[in-house]
Write a protein that binds this ligand. Structure first.
Ligand SMILES: Nc1ncnc2c1ncn2[C@@H]1O[C@H](COP(=O)(O)OP(=O)(O)OP(=O)(O)O)[C@@H](O)[C@H]1O
Ligand SMILES: [Mg+2]
Length: 306
């Protein structure tokens, strides 16, 4: 089974697509047959970043059943070993894919024959994004050093956490647990993961253990992008400690990627940044991250709801 790396972040413009395309390219260069999938439905633009001007087919053809097999929506890119499923074939915008279609998509992704699959996810906390994060232990979060972006990533991680808990219970039981959390720990506690987990531990020890095991198996990663000279370079480590402390989730800080105006230039010229500006600090930062994607052999989650 391929290693799936969902890549997301709470805020638009943090560099998810730029990082996905760069890491995809690096992984391909390092010999892995790599697929990048544009799942930013409604705002798809990953094709442009990898030099595929007009994708002839894409993810929407699979959803609309025009192309029955997801693997048949894959297109080549100008880079050897790097393939794309575009999201921008037609005007297709589904903020939340219907449940059945999402399951179908998740299953189809899991079966694709590639060494590495990177998913470029939309900003925010739509159910699509949360569910695509839950198909792998290797979710990568991208943020800039700005507090607004950091806040959004933290919110996204919390939403993923809650979404996973939510899958364990039917709506009535879940609501009861939320009420119980408020009753035991004060108003608003339903929204605090540790309080909710304490209630689950008491009311349903079996599910509590299952969730605890699953949460401890997550190996989330964090990348801080667009880091400028005077930014706090320890922010990534501080964030991963926060997530561990408050959510009990592992989040490894993979590294900073320097801000460079040449990124803008490369995108405007529709050329690969890595190829045009290989000797910049940003390119060298990305190469370090690329090695991680190639060398890491983390396990995939078995989908509880598939
Ligand atoms: N390391 C960087 N240095 C300088 N500029 C950058 C860097 N990374 C990204 N950018 C700039 O940020 C812009 C947004 O990047 P990108 O499209 O990858 O973000 P995104 O998170 O995918 O946004 P969206 O949520 O809209 O899909 C790029 O057009 C580029 O100009
Ligand atoms: Mg994007």
């Amino acid at each position: 089974m391929a290693h799936v790396w969902p890549i997301g972040g709470g805020k638009g413009g943090s560099g998810k697509s730029f990082i996905t395309s760069s890491l995809g390219r690096l992984s391909a260069e390092l010999g892995k047959k790599t697929l990048i999938i544009d799942l930013d439905l409604g705002a798809a633009n990953l094709h442009t970043l990898v030099g595929v001007p007009e994708p002839k087919k894409g993810f929407s053809d699979f959803i609309r059943k025009k192309i029955p097999l997801l693997q048949d929506t894959v297109v080549e890119t100008p880079s050897e070993n790097l393939y794309l499923i575009s999201g921008a074939h037609d005007n297709f915008d589904v903020a939340n894919l219907p449940y059945e279609q999402k399951l179908k998509t998740l299953r189809a992704i899991a079966k694709l024959d590639f060494d590495r699959i990177l998913l470029d996810l939309g900003a925010g906390t739509s159910f699509n994004t949360l569910d695509f994060f839950l198909i792998s232990q290797n979710g990568i979060f991208i943020t800039t050093p700005e507090p607004t972006s950091v806040e959004n990533v933290y919110r996204l991680i919390r939403s993923i956490y809650f979404r996973r808990i939510r899958y364990c219970f039917n709506i009535t039981d879940f609501k009861e647990m939320e009420t119980e959390a408020d009753r035991q720990f004060g108003e608003g506690s339903y929204n605090k993961p540790d309080c909710l987990m304490k209630v689950i531990a008491r009311t349903d020890p079996e599910k509590y253990l299952q969730l605890k095991n699953e949460f401890s198996a997550f190996r989330f990663k964090l990348i801080i992008n667009q880091v400028r000279k005077h930014d706090n370079i320890s922010l990534g480590l501080q964030m991963s400690r926060m997530v561990e402390k408050h959510l009990g989730l592992n989040m490894e800080f993979l590294g900073n990627v320097a801000y460079d105006d040449h990124v803008h230039d490369a995108i405007c010229q529709q050329v690969s940044f890595m190829e045009r500006y290989p000797y910049t600090k940003t390119a060298s930062d990305l190469r370090e991250l690329g090695k991680h994607i190639v060398e890491s052999v983390g396990k995939q989650l078995t989908l509880h709801y598939m």
